[in-house]
Design a protein around this ligand. Structure first.
Ligand code: WT7
Length: 635
């Protein structure tokens, strides 16, 4: 039998070696024994990181929903697939079995077809965390349409950019969403976005909040009546392993968001295999990942990975602070959660509250705790370990990215001994490399450098939608023949990896990946602003927060600074979303620049972090005098 489920450290090393020595043979065995294919592949892998081109299971035919739904019906049809926990704890949780989910996905797929959506068409999904969100992803996958989920916290401008970038023809949204005590009006955000999206001909509306909405004749349709009429039978469209499954946008260090394209076969195999091992999922377990499906974590580890394993996966609509700071722990007790996967920013926020919020609840069902999205600091790690896991549940600190599709570096619980702040060892099949400034791979241990991956893995993104050149420039040009992650890392004496953070112009705020360029672009559009630079600085809860240095135009000089700050943040909220708001805005007369005109962010970063003891050599700057002024007025 293949090594689908790893149970001890020796086995990990043995399987790891096998996966590196003969990747094709290794992945072929996993793919063959644990998934349903309509036709097997002609070739397991072909790749060339120079082009770059990667394909896995070429020639194979499948539909991922057969693997996530149909094949479970005979063995666990009545098992809960989706467990929906609503925002309001007084509203009843909903258990949706595999059989019911299958039926709902087929109905929804039939609705999509009836509305003219077919294989290869792009469908934008802008929904809160309600069951229809998971159903919509799967319904697209059922008929070969490519879903592009946009996190329902993004603004109308951000939504429009993403809809237009990949020419979506339909949007699936809802009348509104509940978030804690607030009700948000999603439909009017969509309406505003669609004013600049001529390609959208259909909007499907889920009723969730009962908000009044404005329906546009011919374009907008309530989903419910369409579903009622739709058949529960929908034959899956058979896809090539390398056909796109979805597009998901992530920020880049320049301008437009990057639509990462993930494909059907490799993505399925890798997310399922990592899910099984990294969460040590057993048939009776209830697994909960608190991420939103609007991010890759939700795609891979709420929907596809768990369902491919026949797991019970929880979808939580609410927030950790509503109705109080005990909500996570209450839900763990209520549903007897066995695996709990969340973000350091949530842990830090909850660790600030009274311990009673945790201690009130029975958390004894927990077996594995997970962390994702940003480095988890030592303090948060210990709080999580002591108070949530009661030192009984290993913490898996999982490092990965939207681009990687699945978890890349992580402990395997009960297998890999954990160390706080270390993502520990590469997962099976993953070949990391640390590179020095000159582009040489650093051998041996106790080294730090830029983190690259030197061999393809099945779930890697294959391209950026509509811009293959950018895919190559961003990921494959910094280091020859290697995928560059944008992160820095160190490898300690025993070979464990610790991720030290981004080395590019991406800032991780509360686990959200934000590019400096789009935020700066948005600030610069303010009529009073001449130029700006954004950097991150350490923040207790968010990990990093944003600090903006802003040069005003002459016309802006006389304006009230408080009002300007509000307007700038308002502008960012409208163009990107509230997650990109600045914590601090400092008005400056100039920005430190090199002689070639490049902003020296390194210096600004130090100033923002109140660490100005060692700024390095600033004499080569075009305008060294501005540095003193900025330091003197720093916030
Ligand atoms: C960036 C990717 C992958 C799911 C969520 C984020 C940072 C992610 C960790 C971790 C240290 C981490 C990296 C990475 N990151 N997980 N366990 N330890 N850093 O996906 O939005 O594509 O962001 O998040 O900097 O490059 P994403």
């Amino acid at each position: 039998m293949s090594n689908y489920h790893i149970k001890h450290l020796e086995e990990y090393f043995q399987v790891y070696r096998k996966s590196v020595r003969n990747p094709e043979g290794f992945w072929e065995e996993i793919a063959e024994e644990h998934f349903s294919w309509r036709k097997k592949w002609d070739r397991v892998l072909s790749w060339d990181f120079k082009k770059p081109e990667v394909s896995w299971f070429e020639g194979a035919k499948l539909n991922i929903t057969e693997n996530c739904l149909d094949r479970h019906l005979s063995v666990r049809g009545d098992k809960t697939a989706l467990l929906f926990e609503p925002n309001d704890p007084k509203e009843e949780a909903r258990h949706i079995t595999y059989r019911e989910l299958h039926g709902r996905v087929c109905k929804m797929a039939n609705v999509l077809k009836a509305q003219g959506v077919g294989k290869g068409d792009r469908v934008c999904i802008y929904l809160p965390m309600i069951p229809e969100l998971a159903v919509s992803l799967l319904a697209c996958a059922r008929i070969g349409a490519i879903h592009s989920v946009v996190f329902a916290g993004f603004s109308s401008t951000a939504l429009a950019t993403r809809i237009n970038d990949c020419d979506c023809k339909m949007v699936i949204t809802s009348d509104g969403s509940y978030r804690g005590a607030k009700t948000l009006d999603l439909k009017s955000i969509v309406d505003a976005a669609l004013e600049s999206c001529p390609g959208i001909t259909e909007v499907l509306l889920v009723r969730r909040t009962g908000n009044q909405v404005n329906l546009i004749e011919g374009r907008d349709h309530w989903l419910e009546p369409l579903l009622e009429e739709a058949s529960e039978i929908c034959e899956p469209v058979i896809m090539d392993a390398e056909d796109p499954l979805f597009i998901l946008y992530t920020s880049g260090s320049t301008g437009r968001p990057k639509g990462m394209v993930h494909t059907c076969g490799g993505y399925m195999v890798y997310t399922a295999y990592t899910f099984k091992n990294i969460f040590q999922y057993k048939e009776e377990d209830v697994y909960w990942c608190t991420a939103d499906i609007g991010w890759i974590t939700g795609h891979s580890y709420i929907v596809y990975g768990p369902l491919a394993n026949g797991a019970t996966t929880v979808m939580f609509e609410g927030v950790p602070s509503y109705p109080d700071f005990g909500r996570f722990w209450e839900v763990i007790e209520k549903h007897r959660i066995n695996q709990f996967y969340t973000a350091p920013t949530a842990i830090r926020a909850l660790a600030k509250e009274n311990l009673e919020f945790v201690e009130t609840y029975d958390l004894s069902s927990l077996k594995v705790l997970g962390s994702v999205g940003e480095p988890i600091n030592e303090e948060a790690w210990h709080w999580y370990n002591n108070n949530v896991g009661k030192k009984q549940s290993p913490i898996v600190d999982t490092w990965w990215q939207t681009e990687t599709g699945g978890i890349m570096i992580s402990p395997i619980p009960f297998v890999t001994p954990t160390t706080p702040t270390y993502a520990t060892l590469p997962f099976i099949g993953i070949q990391p490399a640390l590179m020095d400034e000159e582009g040489r791979e650093m051998d041996g241990n106790q080294v730090s450098g830029r983190l690259c991956i030197k061999f393809p893995w099945p779930s890697m993104a294959r391209t950026i939608w509509g811009d293959h050149q950018r895919y190559r420039d961003t990921y494959f040009s910094a280091f020859e023949n290697k995928y560059f992650t944008g992160d820095g890392a160190m490898r300690d004496a025993v070979g464990y990896y610790r991720i030290t953070g981004r080395v590019d112009d991406v800032i991780i705020v509360s686990g959200h990946n934000l590019g400096t360029a789009p935020i700066e672009d948005s600030i610069n559009e303010h009529p009073a602003v001449a130029e700006s630079a954004i950097v991150g600085f350490p923040h207790d809860i968010k990990g990093n927060a944003l600090y903006g240095f802003v040069i005003l135009k002459e016309t802006g000089e006389g304006r009230n600074r408080d009002n300007l700050q509000k307007e700038i943040n308002q502008q960012i909220t409208e163009q990107i979303g509230p997650i990109a708001k600045l914590d601090k805005i400092q008005f400056v007369s100039g920005l430190p620049k090199t002689r070639s005109g490049k902003i020296m962010r390194r210096i600004l970063r130090k100033i923002a972090s109140k660490d100005t003891s060692n700024l390095g050599d600033i004499s080569t700057l075009l305008n060294p005098e501005v540095v003193e002024e900025i330091i003197a007025n720093a916030l």
